[in-house]
Design a protein around this ligand. Structure first.
Ligand code: GDP
Length: 140
């Protein structure tokens, strides 16, 4: 996959709180093109697999439970410098530390229920996109 892509999820808290539209609007306004998108729900097993890198962290069980608690929106986004620019748009993991105007500052409720996911590297963007989408579901 090209390095101008990143992967995102609108997490169960933001979906439940009715923020899908507002978050997609900010993603578009930030200059990102949506090249793949689906409304889906992760099983606990799939959520555990997605976050396997955090398996040893104390919050892993809570994270898996939360991420499989309700539907999410998964998407692949395209923009120059997509990974870094999207991390800037969403803000710090903990909304209390996120900059004004960022998606997490506006819509996240806690460090765990923090509204959106954004890949942290080009390599992970590729792995995470392929976790959720077949090649035929991505329209570059
Ligand atoms: P991110 O790259 O900003 O998403 O942050 P991390 O990779 O460090 O963590 C992955 C996800 O785990 C975060 O987005 C949160 O949903 C969750 N998380 C991180 N730290 C904590 C924590 O201290 N408690 C809980 N409950 N969840 C956390």
């Amino acid at each position: 996959m090209a390095t101008n892509r990143t992967f995102t999820m609108i997490k169960p808290d933001a979906v439940k709180n009715g923020h899908i539209g507002a978050i997609l609007q900010q993603i578009n306004a930030g200059g990102f093109k949506i090249v793949a998108m689906k409304y889906t729900k992760l099983s606990a097993e799939k959520a555990g697999e997605f976050y396997a890198v955090h398996a040893e962290r104390p919050f892993y069980g809570e994270l898996v439970e939360f991420m499989s608690s309700g539907p999410i929106v998964a998407a692949v986004l395209e923009k120059d410098n997509a990974v870094a620019d999207f991390r800037t748009l969403i803000g710090a993991t903990n909304p209390a530390e996120a900059a004004e105007g960022t998606i997490r500052k506006q819509f996240a409720t806690s460090i765990g229920e923090n509204a959106v996911h954004g890949s942290d590297s080009d390599e992970n963007a590729d792995i995470e996109s392929q976790f959720h989408f077949a090649g035929t579901e991505i329209f570059g």
